[in-house]
Design a protein around this ligand. Structure first.
Ligand code: SF4
Length: 227
């Protein structure tokens, strides 16, 4: 990891990335694409040392309450979060100032913050978005090697359901010859029904295959066919 001082934290659409880079290792990761101009190795996580202060300042000065989002470029629940705690500190602020919250993740580490998610959902609104790409556990370990598998994520969705927190599933990407079978898609949809998710997002289903993303995917894809 390396540390930087950020100039701002909230985008114009109230999204934020507390870290830059990710260690989950998904073979299809679009955030690796060169167009995002990351000037460091993707796994060398950039920590914004002043992220929490910037967020508090932004929340204090917002005229209207809204949902604050995170997780579109970097999964915030990387292992490093357990050491740094920027997500938890940010959730405390979002709850304190009465904003809503939504996150996209694949990690069961989100359960550490269940108390805060519940508090926010009671006060305003909290929506957890979880990505599910395959219900084949062995394939999952190959295409998303460094994060918990679908079975665990399904368990997280059920725990969130029981805690009254609305969830949404991202069923994407669908990769040719890997997870594009009817069995796979209906298997995931069955999980969504059982976990009572509020919606399933497909978002085009495919890959951008942009420079950076393309080479990484082709390497990862070949290793999926090796026994
Ligand atoms: S969790 Fe998201 S950001 Fe992290 S490697 Fe996977 S696709 Fe990329």
């Amino acid at each position: 990891m390396h540390v930087v001082k950020a100039k701002g934290i909230l985008s114009s659409k109230n999204g934020m990335n507390l870290y830059r880079g990710c260690t989950h290792g998904c073979i299809y990761c679009d955030s690796r694409s060169k167009c995002y101009h990351m000037d460091h190795a993707f796994e060398d996580i950039e920590v914004k040392e002043n992220a929490v202060e910037l967020l508090e300042y932004a929340l204090m000065h917002k005229r209207k309450k809204c949902m604050i989002g995170t997780g579109s470029m970097t999964d915030p629940y990387i292992p490093l979060e357990l050491e740094i705690g920027n997500v938890r500190k940010s959730l405390c602020l979002i709850e304190k100032y009465g904003f809503g919250f939504t996150v996209i993740t694949k990690s069961d580490r989100i359960l550490r913050d269940l108390d805060l998610l519940q508090k926010m959902n009671e006060k305003t609104k909290c929506v957890v978005q979880m990505t599910l790409t395959t219900y084949d556990e062995d394939l999952c370990k190959k295409i998303e090697p460094h994060v918990c598998t679908t079975e665990k994520r399904y368990e997280v969705l059920r725990q969130l359901r029981d805690a009254g927190i609305p969830t949404v599933v991202w069923l994407t990407p669908i990769l040719p010859f890997l997870n594009d079978t009817q069995d796979n898609i209906s298997g995931i949809l069955d999980m969504c029904i059982e976990a009572k998710v509020y919606g399933v997002i497909c978002f085009g289903m495919g890959l951008t295959l942009r420079e950076g993303n393309r080479e990484y995917f082709m390497r990862g894809r070949s290793s999926c066919f090796l026994i």
